[in-house]
Ligand binder design. Structure first.
Ligand SMILES: Nc1nc2c(ncn2[C@@H]2O[C@H](COP(=O)(O)OP(=O)(O)OP(=O)(O)O)[C@@H](O)[C@H]2O)c(=O)[nH]1
Ligand SMILES: [Zn+2]
Length: 181
Protein backbone atom coordinates (compact mmCIF):
# COMPACT_ATOMS: atom_id res chain seq x y z
CA UNK A 1 0.00 0.00 0.00
CA UNK A 2 1.50 3.31 -1.19
CA UNK A 3 -0.29 6.09 0.72
CA UNK A 4 1.77 8.86 -0.85
CA UNK A 5 1.10 7.52 -4.34
CA UNK A 6 -2.62 7.13 -3.56
CA UNK A 7 -2.76 10.74 -2.31
CA UNK A 8 -1.08 12.03 -5.47
CA UNK A 9 -3.45 9.98 -7.62
CA UNK A 10 -6.49 11.26 -5.69
CA UNK A 11 -5.29 14.84 -6.25
CA UNK A 12 -4.93 14.09 -9.96
CA UNK A 13 -8.41 12.53 -10.13
CA UNK A 14 -10.05 15.53 -8.46
CA UNK A 15 -8.16 17.90 -10.73
CA UNK A 16 -9.07 15.88 -13.86
CA UNK A 17 -12.71 16.13 -12.76
CA UNK A 18 -12.31 19.90 -12.97
CA UNK A 19 -12.70 20.50 -9.24
CA UNK A 20 -10.97 23.47 -7.67
CA UNK A 21 -9.25 22.08 -4.57
CA UNK A 22 -7.65 25.33 -3.48
CA UNK A 23 -9.43 26.09 -0.21
CA UNK A 24 -8.81 25.52 3.46
CA UNK A 25 -11.39 22.68 3.53
CA UNK A 26 -10.18 20.95 0.37
CA UNK A 27 -6.41 21.26 0.64
CA UNK A 28 -6.01 17.92 2.46
CA UNK A 29 -8.89 16.17 0.72
CA UNK A 30 -6.68 13.95 -1.52
CA UNK A 31 -4.85 12.66 1.57
CA UNK A 32 -8.17 12.12 3.36
CA UNK A 33 -9.53 10.20 0.35
CA UNK A 34 -6.44 7.98 0.30
CA UNK A 35 -6.64 7.33 4.05
CA UNK A 36 -10.40 6.69 3.97
CA UNK A 37 -10.10 4.13 1.16
CA UNK A 38 -7.14 2.48 2.88
CA UNK A 39 -9.18 2.18 6.07
CA UNK A 40 -12.20 0.75 4.24
CA UNK A 41 -10.03 -1.84 2.46
CA UNK A 42 -8.00 -2.96 5.49
CA UNK A 43 -8.73 -6.53 6.60
CA UNK A 44 -9.27 -6.90 10.36
CA UNK A 45 -7.24 -9.45 12.26
CA UNK A 46 -8.98 -11.69 14.75
CA UNK A 47 -8.57 -15.09 16.37
CA UNK A 48 -11.01 -17.66 14.94
CA UNK A 49 -11.66 -19.16 18.40
CA UNK A 50 -13.57 -22.45 18.44
CA UNK A 51 -14.63 -24.68 21.34
CA UNK A 52 -15.52 -28.33 21.92
CA UNK A 53 -19.18 -28.96 21.30
CA UNK A 54 -19.14 -30.60 24.72
CA UNK A 55 -22.92 -30.72 25.16
CA UNK A 56 -23.45 -32.14 21.68
CA UNK A 57 -25.59 -29.16 20.59
CA UNK A 58 -27.35 -30.41 17.49
CA UNK A 59 -29.66 -27.57 16.42
CA UNK A 60 -28.98 -24.59 14.20
CA UNK A 61 -26.95 -21.67 15.55
CA UNK A 62 -28.18 -18.52 13.78
CA UNK A 63 -26.76 -15.00 14.13
CA UNK A 64 -28.94 -12.44 12.41
CA UNK A 65 -28.65 -8.73 11.59
CA UNK A 66 -24.86 -8.57 11.38
CA UNK A 67 -24.32 -5.13 9.85
CA UNK A 68 -21.74 -4.66 7.12
CA UNK A 69 -20.68 -2.49 4.25
CA UNK A 70 -18.29 -3.40 1.48
CA UNK A 71 -17.08 -1.77 -1.76
CA UNK A 72 -18.30 -3.08 -5.09
CA UNK A 73 -15.45 -4.01 -7.38
CA UNK A 74 -17.11 -2.45 -10.42
CA UNK A 75 -17.47 1.15 -9.19
CA UNK A 76 -15.66 1.19 -5.83
CA UNK A 77 -18.88 2.42 -4.25
CA UNK A 78 -20.32 0.98 -1.04
CA UNK A 79 -22.95 -1.67 -0.68
CA UNK A 80 -24.53 -1.64 2.76
CA UNK A 81 -26.63 -4.25 4.49
CA UNK A 82 -26.97 -7.11 6.94
CA UNK A 83 -25.79 -10.70 7.08
CA UNK A 84 -27.45 -13.76 8.56
CA UNK A 85 -25.21 -16.75 9.29
CA UNK A 86 -26.39 -20.20 10.35
CA UNK A 87 -24.54 -23.40 11.02
CA UNK A 88 -25.32 -26.88 12.32
CA UNK A 89 -22.38 -27.89 14.56
CA UNK A 90 -20.55 -31.19 14.53
CA UNK A 91 -17.56 -31.43 16.93
CA UNK A 92 -16.74 -27.71 17.28
CA UNK A 93 -18.70 -24.54 17.99
CA UNK A 94 -17.36 -21.09 17.17
CA UNK A 95 -17.14 -17.96 19.34
CA UNK A 96 -20.23 -16.05 18.25
CA UNK A 97 -18.42 -12.76 17.66
CA UNK A 98 -16.26 -14.54 15.08
CA UNK A 99 -19.32 -14.74 12.85
CA UNK A 100 -19.41 -10.92 12.84
CA UNK A 101 -15.61 -10.78 12.38
CA UNK A 102 -15.68 -13.06 9.35
CA UNK A 103 -18.26 -10.79 7.71
CA UNK A 104 -15.88 -7.85 8.30
CA UNK A 105 -12.96 -9.90 6.98
CA UNK A 106 -14.58 -10.42 3.59
CA UNK A 107 -16.24 -6.97 3.52
CA UNK A 108 -12.94 -5.07 3.71
CA UNK A 109 -11.96 -5.62 0.08
CA UNK A 110 -13.30 -4.94 -3.39
CA UNK A 111 -16.19 -7.36 -3.66
CA UNK A 112 -19.23 -8.73 -5.35
CA UNK A 113 -22.05 -9.70 -3.05
CA UNK A 114 -22.19 -13.20 -4.56
CA UNK A 115 -18.48 -13.87 -3.90
CA UNK A 116 -18.67 -12.47 -0.37
CA UNK A 117 -21.60 -14.78 0.44
CA UNK A 118 -19.63 -17.82 -0.71
CA UNK A 119 -16.36 -16.77 0.98
CA UNK A 120 -18.09 -16.50 4.37
CA UNK A 121 -19.58 -19.99 3.93
CA UNK A 122 -16.19 -21.42 2.84
CA UNK A 123 -14.51 -19.93 5.93
CA UNK A 124 -17.02 -21.60 8.26
CA UNK A 125 -16.67 -24.96 6.53
CA UNK A 126 -12.88 -24.71 6.82
CA UNK A 127 -12.74 -23.52 10.44
CA UNK A 128 -15.48 -25.71 11.92
CA UNK A 129 -16.15 -28.68 9.65
CA UNK A 130 -19.82 -28.32 10.64
CA UNK A 131 -22.75 -30.46 9.46
CA UNK A 132 -24.05 -27.50 7.49
CA UNK A 133 -23.74 -23.77 6.84
CA UNK A 134 -26.11 -21.13 5.50
CA UNK A 135 -25.21 -17.53 4.67
CA UNK A 136 -27.55 -14.79 3.55
CA UNK A 137 -26.61 -11.21 2.67
CA UNK A 138 -29.08 -8.42 1.96
CA UNK A 139 -27.64 -5.12 0.81
CA UNK A 140 -28.30 -1.89 -1.04
CA UNK A 141 -25.69 -1.14 -3.71
CA UNK A 142 -25.08 2.61 -3.91
CA UNK A 143 -23.79 2.17 -7.46
CA UNK A 144 -27.34 1.28 -8.52
CA UNK A 145 -29.19 3.60 -6.16
CA UNK A 146 -27.26 6.91 -6.21
CA UNK A 147 -26.38 6.80 -9.92
CA UNK A 148 -27.16 4.78 -13.05
CA UNK A 149 -30.50 3.02 -12.55
CA UNK A 150 -31.13 5.11 -9.37
CA UNK A 151 -33.08 2.25 -7.82
CA UNK A 152 -33.08 3.79 -4.35
CA UNK A 153 -33.97 1.19 -1.73
CA UNK A 154 -33.58 -1.85 -4.02
CA UNK A 155 -32.20 -4.72 -1.96
CA UNK A 156 -30.01 -7.52 -3.36
CA UNK A 157 -30.52 -10.82 -1.53
CA UNK A 158 -27.92 -13.62 -1.87
CA UNK A 159 -27.68 -16.99 -0.12
CA UNK A 160 -25.33 -19.95 -0.03
CA UNK A 161 -26.20 -23.26 1.62
CA UNK A 162 -23.74 -26.06 2.37
CA UNK A 163 -23.99 -29.59 3.84
CA UNK A 164 -27.26 -30.44 5.58
CA UNK A 165 -28.60 -26.93 4.95
CA UNK A 166 -28.39 -27.73 1.24
CA UNK A 167 -29.12 -31.48 1.23
CA UNK A 168 -31.33 -32.38 4.20
CA UNK A 169 -34.91 -31.32 3.43
CA UNK A 170 -35.90 -30.86 7.12
CA UNK A 171 -32.82 -28.77 7.97
CA UNK A 172 -33.12 -26.79 4.77
CA UNK A 173 -36.76 -26.06 5.48
CA UNK A 174 -35.97 -24.94 9.03
CA UNK A 175 -33.30 -22.55 7.72
CA UNK A 176 -35.72 -21.18 5.10
CA UNK A 177 -38.32 -20.66 7.84
CA UNK A 178 -35.79 -18.76 9.97
CA UNK A 179 -34.97 -16.55 7.00
CA UNK A 180 -38.57 -15.58 6.43
CA UNK A 181 -39.43 -15.00 10.11
N1 LIG B 1 -23.48 -9.36 -9.88
C1 LIG B 1 -23.10 -8.23 -9.24
N2 LIG B 1 -23.09 -7.08 -9.92
C2 LIG B 1 -22.74 -5.97 -9.24
C3 LIG B 1 -22.37 -5.97 -7.90
N3 LIG B 1 -22.08 -4.69 -7.54
C4 LIG B 1 -22.28 -3.94 -8.66
N4 LIG B 1 -22.67 -4.70 -9.70
C5 LIG B 1 -23.03 -4.39 -11.09
O1 LIG B 1 -21.92 -4.35 -11.94
C6 LIG B 1 -22.42 -3.88 -13.20
C7 LIG B 1 -21.36 -3.17 -13.99
O2 LIG B 1 -21.94 -2.94 -15.22
P1 LIG B 1 -21.41 -1.94 -16.35
O3 LIG B 1 -22.47 -1.89 -17.41
O4 LIG B 1 -20.04 -2.34 -16.76
O5 LIG B 1 -21.30 -0.56 -15.55
P2 LIG B 1 -22.18 0.75 -15.67
O6 LIG B 1 -22.12 1.30 -17.08
O7 LIG B 1 -21.77 1.68 -14.57
O8 LIG B 1 -23.66 0.17 -15.43
P3 LIG B 1 -24.93 0.83 -14.78
O9 LIG B 1 -24.77 0.71 -13.30
O10 LIG B 1 -26.05 -0.05 -15.28
O11 LIG B 1 -25.03 2.25 -15.23
C8 LIG B 1 -23.64 -3.04 -12.85
O12 LIG B 1 -24.77 -3.71 -13.37
C9 LIG B 1 -23.67 -3.06 -11.33
O13 LIG B 1 -24.99 -2.99 -10.80
C10 LIG B 1 -22.38 -7.21 -7.21
O14 LIG B 1 -22.07 -7.32 -6.03
N5 LIG B 1 -22.75 -8.31 -7.92
ZN1 LIG C 1 -20.95 -1.01 -8.34
Amino acid sequence: MDLEGATAAAAQLLSALGLDMDSDHRRDTPARMARALTEMLKAPSFEPTTFDNAGGYDELVVVDRIPFFSLCEHHVLPFIGEATIAYAPKDRIVGLSKLAWVVQLYARRLQTQEAMTQQIADWLVEQLDPKGVGVRLRAEHLCMSLRGARAIGAVTDTTTNRGVLADDPARREEWQRRLSS
